[in-house]
Design a protein around this ligand. Structure first.
Ligand SMILES: [Zn+2]
Length: 285
């Protein structure tokens, strides 16, 4: 059926974009978006980007001065009811009784610095850690790896802040990280992990997963003797693919199905009133 719909279509990206905007692929209700954020947490955990730590957020769809992020909880366990609303200085809109992520300033500071960023993921994925420890760059080595862009700069917390526990908890630390990120799609954090940004939640999920796959392939290729990066033009052209609505939707369905097969889909109910913008937050514990 889908092939039939594409008959005669010569400009696939434009066609896909039109469908994307018109076809209800982007949920309109905040509750649906919050459910998607819970699902994104679980997908990224199930695909090995997040583990017990790491987090993913999205900018509030109707208030760019706020963002949505879970309470402190392992991403594979997150439910819609865990999602809270924060101002861009990373203060919860309604103070909850639950623990919050210590590194949430990463999200707030990037949203402050980058008006184009709609979603942020911070992680310590095993695939990227060797590069973060060795200080060796991750470069796109296959077409979907181009989702990360031509390069991801390094940010060494010690350079500016000396000895710390390496957690990014102070606004000035988050601001420094955001400065190094600049206009890039990802920043590598020496001896810590990576932070990835996207123009949308599903794009961010795809970029985060593809970047980890790319790092694994780069490492394996190095063991064979060489990891040849894409040519700059290839990176530019291939980088467009991963953001196409058709690709973003297809990968999202695939990763969702894998999560469902593992029996780890989030429940649909339980969105906190604080994140729906009315009433007081109900804190379970
Ligand atoms: Zn971290």
């Amino acid at each position: 059926m889908y092939a039939t719909r594409l008959d005669g279509v010569t400009d696939l990206p434009a066609f896909a974009e039109k469908r994307h905007n018109r076809g209800g692929i982007v949920p309109e209700k905040l509750t649906d978006l919050i459910a998607e954020l819970a699902l994104a947490n679980r997908i990224l955990a199930h695909e090995g980007v997040l583990d017990a730590f790491g987090h993913v957020s999205m900018r509030h769809p109707s208030d760019p001065g706020r963002y949505l992020l879970s309470r402190s909880r392992s991403p594979l366990l997150i439910e819609p009811g865990d999602i809270l609303e924060y101002t861009l200085d990373s203060t919860p809109v309604r103070p909850p009784k639950v623990h919050l992520y210590a590194e949430r300033v990463i999200h707030g500071c990037i949203y402050q610095a980058r008006s184009d960023v709609m979603a942020v993921c911070h992680h310590h994925a095993p695939a990227v850690m060797p590069f973060c420890i060795a200080g060796k760059p991750i470069v796109p080595v296959f077409h979907l790896g181009a989702a990360m862009g031509a390069e991801a700069p390094f940010w060494d917390q010690h350079d500016e802040f000396g000895d710390t526990n390496l957690l990014v908890v102070k606004p000035e630390e988050g601001q420094s990280l955001a400065r190094t990120l600049g206009r890039h799609s990802a920043v590598l954090m020496n001896r810590h992990g990576a932070t990835v940004v996207g123009g949308g939640l599903k794009e961010l999920v795809a970029r985060s997963i593809f970047m980890c796959q790319n790092a694994e392939y780069q490492m394996r290729a190095l063991s064979l003797g060489a990891a040849t990066p894409l040519h700059p033009g290839e990176t530019r052209l291939a980088g467009v693919i991963s953001a196409m609505p058709t690709v973003v939707t297809r990968t999202w369905e695939y990763w969702s199905l894998r999560l469902a097969a593992a029996g780890a889909m989030p429940p649909r109910r339980g969105v906190k009133k604080s994140a729906r913008g009315r009433g007081k937050a109900r804190n379970r514990r």
